[in-house]
Structures are given as structure tokens and as C-alpha cells.
Design a protein around this ligand. Structure first.
Ligand code: WTA
Length: 647
């Protein structure tokens, strides 16, 4: 396979960028020629950001799994699509070739059909990182069912909320999942999530951990039995056949829930053709992927990074991906390096939080590990601090691997601002230049473009995007108005990212972090309101306010100020109880790092919590808290500052 659109030099980048902006339709039509279509599009792009309505390749017909699998089979059938590295390094590695992937995906697609799943139905997938998760996701795409993958760390309550929001009728899960020395009972979490649920018709359970599970007659079926039955249906005389559903370019491909600044997580919807083109294009170009490269993206498929850069981007490019079941620190902090050595990884894509946590173990775990196969390193999920960048560059890349700092979001489908490995310069802690097709703009609170530089020669403002790219979200499931309000109403005519950024005179961007009430904890997005709602569910809690503070490893930690109607004398136990409630409501990833019990919160006369002050206190600033005269009760600030929780 050739990538005729692959950018090789900085000059190529400049040309591609210019073309993409001057004539987006022509540019993306040319890129789209590299895919397999059942019918080509009538119109490349039509859009307005008022509704918003965005359509890419309207009128085209395709199936994304044919682009990710079938079209590779004649040339690459025996090439590994996935190299699966188990949690336990002593367990056997599984290599899934494109031929095998084809067979399994077809089989699972048939299983879904056999169980009554139809095009457009929502299928919730709650599994560990096993190859079967890939079959489940692609099996949905093959028949046109909409997958909604939920990360294995979310609680039963979170799953119940997502099931209800998506009106999902089917679930695919595992008995359990191995993560480090833990065994997570996924099926039993699903059982809890399904109490009172009358909508889910079938639960398909794959056996991974052999944890005892309850199987409800008529509802729960075993993956293995279903697959065996389907095998004889799709394989006739040794030939695997399963007709892929014909999908419209704008048919929804998946829903992925993500946190925003208000309310419950929202279901970001991506559609078929644009998302495919975008993930493929960004994968090939940002990482400068070459056909023999082994790509290792350490993300979980429960997050957008796994969707786009373990599955759809690499597979549509015919790449080989390492899929890792475990965690970076188990059995020891050398695990990533061992995997790189064992599978001769060429591209390593991970999160700053993982790098910082491994930094904490020093360089001993790296000793004796042969990392010479590495060519390109990448980071995603949060701003990378310079120290971590240099550590990664020196100890992992041995100063010979470009690092791509890819800025993007669940809503953007794929990389938006990033250097291209070895092609455009990488600058520590700068995401750098927009990908072709991306027109970023920095605006002030009123939506006016920033035209004045600050004292460092940077433009500084809220990051927006002026025009659609193929991977932009199309809606939030079941609530289009919410999509409009969240992303398109703050600055009319622009997509608002929720991030703040700097721009230098060469046009490089540095993302400074969220400017809304969204936290980024170990690369996971959490809404402060979401965490507050969970805390407020706890008996005795009157009110709470949650803010982020700088955390050495997690990037941001969660600091909660909580008012109790009466404080039990064992405050430590109350804290633990609150953590239990949060774990039940959302999942362990949302647990506050610090809980301070307070008598009141700093509020304006109109009742608005002054988060600015709480943030400063959480950051350790207890003196210069700014103007507090507009507060209802200025004295409360001193009291809170005095009671601040120190590490
Ligand atoms: C942050 C993850 C700085 C940002 C793909 C964004 C980053 C949020 C970077 C989206 C980066 C992601 N540099 N910040 N390279 N990448 N972010 O939806 O705040 O889980 O808005 O998508 O992560 O997180 P999400």
C-alpha cells in the first residue's frame, strides 16, 4: 500500500496545509481516493456551525471494516494486525494476522446478528484489553451497530447512566479483566448496572479471568458458544464470508462518553467516512508511519486514543499494533521497555502521566533494555512538562527519536495540532503546528481574535477552530442542542475546544490546559460538576466544590472542599466514606486526592462559588487571593486557607 498523501518534508507540510485551507473539498477528495468506497460521495463537505451541521463525503457508501481489514487481505493477509501482550508477561503472546482478524470480526458480526442486533442499535462494550474487544468493536461496525465502549474503570452507576442515555440494547463484556495484580469483576459490575434495566436484551460474556459469574437465563450468553456457532455460518468450504453492511458516509459509527463542564458525561458521536479518513491521515502523517513499522499505543480502547490509534487509524493503514492488556508498572516499572524490546516497537505513543510515573522509578528499569528499534515517540492527553519531555527524549528516545506532542480531544476524533515526526520541528511542551485542514484561532473572552502579543512575544487566548475537519464530532447522542451549546455557542461561528493556548510568532501552539471546569487527571477527563454531584450524594454532605491543583504525576489532582451537616469526630473515616461514594457513583478514577471539610464556601452575593479563590488555595497560595470584598462572607476565605490540606 502506498500513502500518496504522506507528507515527507517540511515543504510538503506547508504545501499540504495551504491546499487544505484554500480548497478543503479538493484536498480531502484527493485524500479520500485512497480508501475503498462502495459508492463515491456526491459532495465532499457541507457545513454550518450555527446548528451545527457538518457532512463529509455525503452520498458515499462504504463499510469501515472493509477499509480496515478486507482490502488488505490479498497483500497483507498474513501480516500481524495485532500483537497482543498479556498482563502477565509469562502468558503466551497472541498474534492476530489480518486474515485472522477478518475471520473473527466476521464471526462476531454474525454473533451480533444471531442475537438480534440490527443496524443502528447501540451496543455497549465493557471489556478488558483483550483481542476480543477489537473483534467486538469491529463486529459492530461491520453490521452498522453503533458501539459505545465504556472504560473498564467505570462503576456500575456510570454504566447504567450510559446505557440509559444511549438506549443500548446489547452489552458485550468479560467475566473479568486482569490489570496488574488486580482482577476486575466486569460481569458482576454489569449485573449491578442492569438492576432495574428493562432495555438490554442480551449480554455476551467472554471468558478471560475465570472469575465465577452469574449468567441469567435468556439474557446472558457465552461468547465462546456464540462464536462457535457463528463459525460454521461464516466459513463455507474454508472461505470466510460475511457481507459488510453498506453504510452511508454520515451514519454514526460510535458513541464515546466524555466529561464536560456541566452535568453528566455526554455521548460524543462520530460518523463513518470522515472519522475513517481523519484517523488514517493523521496516523500516517503525525507518526510518519512506514509500512513495516510496529506501532505501540499504550492507551486503553475505552478512551478515544485507543479507538483512533490502536484500531481505526492504524488498521485502515494496514499497520501492526501492539495491544497491551496490563499497566506500565507491573510486574515492575520496566514493563513498557520490555515490550518495546520484545516486539521491536518502532513507534511508541503514550501519555505524559505514564512518563512521569515511570520517571519516578529512575533509569534502573531501563538498564539492559534494547530500545534501538524505536524511531518515533508520541505523547497525548495533557500538556507535557519540559522535565518529562527531556527524560523521555534522553532515556527512551536516546536523543534520536522525534517526539510528537499531539493535541486533540474525544470530540476531534484525531490529532489536531502536532509536529510531524522528523518533518516539522518538535519543541518541548509545544504541540506546535496545526495538521492540514485545521485552522486554529485564539480569542479573548468576548470572542475577538487575539492580535496583541504578551511580554514574551506570545499570543494568548482561548483555543477555537474556524472550520470543520473530517473527524469533528457531529452531535452529542440524543441531545443535539447540548452539542451546540457546549461547543458552538460560546463563540458563534467557531468550534470552542475548552482549552487555553499560546501561539508564538512562527505559528506554533502551546496548550496551557482547560479553561472550563474540566479537570485532566492522569490524562482522564473529569468534570468538576460531575465529581461534586457524586460527593453530594453522600449522606450528610451539604455542599461541595471541586477544583484541580498541580500534581507531580497525575498532572492535576482533585481537591474537594466539603461542607457536612455535622462532622463525625473521625474525619478520616468520613473522608474514606466519601471516597467510597465517589467510587460507586463514577469509578476510582474520580476519587479526590484531598478532601477539606469547611464551614462555608466563598460565594458572591448572587450565590456563585468563587472557584478562582479555591483553586489558589488548593495550589498552595494562601495569601494573595485577590479581591474578596464582593464575597458574601469574606472571613470564610481565611478560615479555608488556614485549614488547607498539605501533602
Ligand atoms: C488535553 C484525549 C496538551 C486537552 C485525546 C484536551 C492535551 C483534553 C494534549 C482532551 C496535548 C490532550 N497537550 N493538552 N498534547 N492532548 N490534551 O477528550 O486539555 O480525553 O482538551 O482526548 O486533553 O482529552 P480527551
Amino acid at each position: 500500500m502506498s500513502y500518496s498523501y504522506q507528507i515527507r518534508t517540511e515543504a510538503d507540510y506547508r504545501t499540504a496545509y495551504q491546499q487544505s485551507v484554500e480548497d478543503p473539498e479538493k484536498f480531502w477528495a484527493a485524500v479520500a481516493e485512497n480508501f475503498s468506497w462502495k459508492k463515491k460521495w456526491d459532495k465532499v463537505l457541507s457545513w454550518n456551525f450555527e446548528e451545527p451541521k457538518v457532512e463529509w463525503f455525503a452520498g458515499a457508501k462504504l463499510n469501515i471494516t472493509e477499509n480496515c481489514i478486507d482490502r488488505h487481505l490479498s497483500a497483507l493477509g498474513d501480516k500481524p494486525a495485532l500483537i497482543w501482550e498479556p498482563n502477565d508477561p509469562n502468558e503466551r503472546v497472541r498474534v492476530v494476522t489480518y486474515n485472522r482478524l477478518h475471520k473473527r470480526v466476521c464471526q462476531f458480526a454474525q454473533v451480533l446478528l444471531n442475537n438480534g442486533v440490527k443496524k443502528g442499535d447501540r451496543v455497549c462494550i465493557y471489556m478488558g484489553m483483550v483481542p476480543e474487544l477489537t473483534y467486538a468493536v469491529l463486529g459492530c461496525a461491520r453490521i452498522g451497530a453503533i458501539h459505545s465502549v465504556v472504560f473498564g474503570g467505570f462503576s456500575a452507576q456510570s454504566i447504567a447512566d450510559r446505557l440509559e442515555d444511549a438506549k443500548a440494547t446489547f452489552i458485550v463484556t468479560c467475566d473479568g479483566a486482569f490489570r496488574g495484580n488486580k482482577d476486575i469483576p466486569l460481569k458482576s459490575v454489569i449485573d449491578d448496572a442492569l438492576i432495574g434495566n428493562k432495555v438490554v436484551k442480551k449480554v455476551i460474556v467472554y471468558t478471560r479471568t475465570r472469575t465465577p459469574v452469574s449468567m441469567l437465563k435468556g439474557r446472558d450468553v457465552w461468547w465462546e458458544d456464540e462464536m462457535e456457532h457463528a463459525e460454521s455460518q461464516v466459513e463455507v468450504n474454508g472461505v470466510v464470508q460475511q457481507e459488510a453492511a453498506v453504510m452511508d458516509a454520515e451514519d454514526p459509527l460510535f458513541i464515546l462518553y466524555t466529561s464536560g463542564s456541566t452535568g453528566k458525561p455526554k455521548g460524543v458521536v462520530h460518523t463513518t467516512a470522515g472519522y475513517m479518513v481523519w484517523t488514517n491521515y493523521t496516523f500516517v502523517n503525525a507518526f510518519q508511519y512506514q509500512p513495516s513499522d510496529i506501532h505501540f499505543c499504550t492507551a486503553d480502547i475505552g478512551w478515544i486514543t485507543g479507538h483512533s490509534y490502536i484500531l481505526y487509524g492504524p488498521l485502515s493503514a494496514g499497520a501492526t499494533c501492539v495491544m497491551f492488556e496490563g499497566i506500565p508498572t507491573w510486574p515492575d516499572a520496566g514493563r513498557f521497555w520490555e515490550i518495546v524490546e520484545k516486539h521491536r516497537v518502532n513507534i511508541l505513543y503514550t501519555a505524559p502521566t505514564a512518563i512521569r510515573s515511570l520517571m519516578g522509578f529512575g533509569t534502573t528499569p531501563l538498564e539492559g533494555k534494547d530500545l534501538s528499534s524505536l524511531k518515533v515517540l508520541g505523547t497525548v492527553g495533557e500538556p507535557i512538562n519540559e522535565e518529562a519531555w527531556h527524560w523521555y527524549n534522553k532515556n527512551v528516545g536516546k536523543e534520536k527519536c522525534p517526539i510528537v506532542d499531539t493535541w486533540w480531544q474525544t470530540e476531534t476524533g484525531g490529532c489536531m495540532i502536532s509536529n510531524m515526526a522528523g518533518v516539522t520541528p518538535g519543541i518541548p511542551s509545544w504541540a506546535s503546528l496545526p495538521m492540514p485542514g485545521i485552522q486554529p484561532i485564539l480569542v479573548d473572552e468576548a470572542g475577538k481574535e487575539i492580535t496583541e502579543k504578551d511580554q514574551h512575544g506570545h499570543y494568548k487566548g482561548n483555543l477555537c477552530i474556524k472550520a470543520p475537519w473530517p473527524g469533528i464530532l457531529r452531535t452529542t447522542y440524543g441531545d443535539h442542542e447540548r452539542c451546540r451549546q457546549n461547543y458552538f455557542s460560546t463563540y458563534p461561528g467557531l468550534y470552542f475546544t475548552g482549552d487555553g493556548a499560546l501561539k508564538d510568532q512562527q505559528g506554533n501552539f502551546r496548550i496551557t490546559g482547560r479553561v472550563d471546569d474540566v479537570l485532566n487527571v492522569s490524562g482522564h477527563r473529569l468534570g468538576t460538576a460531575e465529581v461534586e454531584n457524586a460527593i453530594n450524594m453522600h449522606a450528610g454532605v451539604v455542599e461541595s466544590a471541586v477544583v484541580g491543583y498541580p500534581h507531580d504525576i497525575k498532572g492535576q489532582g482533585v481537591y474537594a472542599y466539603v461542607i457536612m451537616d455535622q462532622l463525625h469526630e473521625d474525619a478520616q473515616l468520613t473522608r474514606k466514606n466519601i471516597l467510597q461514594t465517589v467510587t460507586r457513583q463514577i469509578g476510582p478514577i474520580a476519587k479526590p486526592d484531598k478532601i477539606q471539610f469547611v464551614k462555608g464556601l466563598p460565594k458572591t452575593r448572587s450565590g456563585k462559588i468563587m472557584r478562582r479563590i479555591l483553586r489558589k488555595i488548593a495550589e498552595g497560595e494562601t495569601k494573595n487571593l485577590g479581591d474578596t470584598t464582593t464575597l458574601l462572607d469574606p472571613a470564610i476565605v481565611e478560615e479555608i486557607a488556614a485549614g488547607r490540606i498539605v501533602d
